[in-house]
Each structure stands twice: as structure tokens, then as C-alpha cells.
Design a protein. Structure first.
Length: 117
């Protein structure tokens, strides 16, 4: 499957039909990969955000992770790595276990998590 930009045809192993969809899929894969395979650094980064801005500042980050699991792995599952930690983060931030229907990653980029204010 592929998509065309101008005169150039691009192929994608994920079946993406547009560049925007390709970026969304790759972003979701990267978010999950960081959480599952670079866990210590992921949690350390969240800790820094909490210290600098409070627990409410990481809600979009956690919602983005939940959304990624829905988009790429059909939701959160007890058999995934670090499931209990994810459930704790959802609970303490007030994020939802359902897909928010929003582009949380875009919100994060637009607001910079509000840490610069």
C-alpha cells in the first residue's frame, strides 16, 4: 500500500494511504516502543514533568500512550509490558482507558505541556 506526494509514490508497510496517516502510525509505534522498551527513561521523563509542572501536566502524555495502544494494539491488555504502571498512571492523571478521539501528541506539541509559562 502506498500514497503519492506530488510525482513521487511512497510505499508503507503499514498500509497507510496518506502521509498524515503514516506519521500518526509511526508516532503511535514510537510511543509504545518508548514505554515498553525504554521504560526507565520514559518514567524518568514523566517524573521530571511532574516535578516541574504537577501531575496534571502528564495527562496528555498518558492519554497519548493509551490512544497509541488502541490504534496499534487494539487497546490496553494485562499481558502488555508494564500494564500495572500504565493503569496507575491512568488513575492518578485522570486519563481515560478509552481512545480520546483527539490527537494528544499534537496537543502536547502545541502547548509544550505548559512548562514554559
Amino acid at each position: 500500500m502506498g500514497f503519492k506526494m506530488g510525482d513521487v509514490e511512497h510505499t508503507c508497510d503499514h498500509g497507510c494511504k496518506s502521509l498524515l496517516e503514516h506519521f500518526r502510525v509511526m508516532g503511535a509505534d514510537n510511543i509504545i516502543d518508548e514505554f515498553e522498551n525504554n521504560f526507565e527513561n520514559y518514567i524518568d521523563g514523566l517524573s521530571l514533568l511532574i516535578v516541574m509542572g504537577g501531575i496534571e501536566k502528564i495527562k496528555p502524555v498518558i492519554q497519548s500512550l493509551v490512544n497509541a495502544y488502541h490504534e496499534r494494539k487494539e487497546g490496553c491488555s494485562p499481558i502488555q509490558p508494564h500494564y500495572n504502571t500504565l493503569m496507575m498512571l491512568v488513575k492518578i492523571t485522570g486519563a481515560s482507558l478509552k481512545h480520546s478521539g483527539e490527537n494528544e501528541s499534537q496537543k502536547i506539541m502545541e502547548t509544550g505541556l505548559g512548562l514554559a509559562r
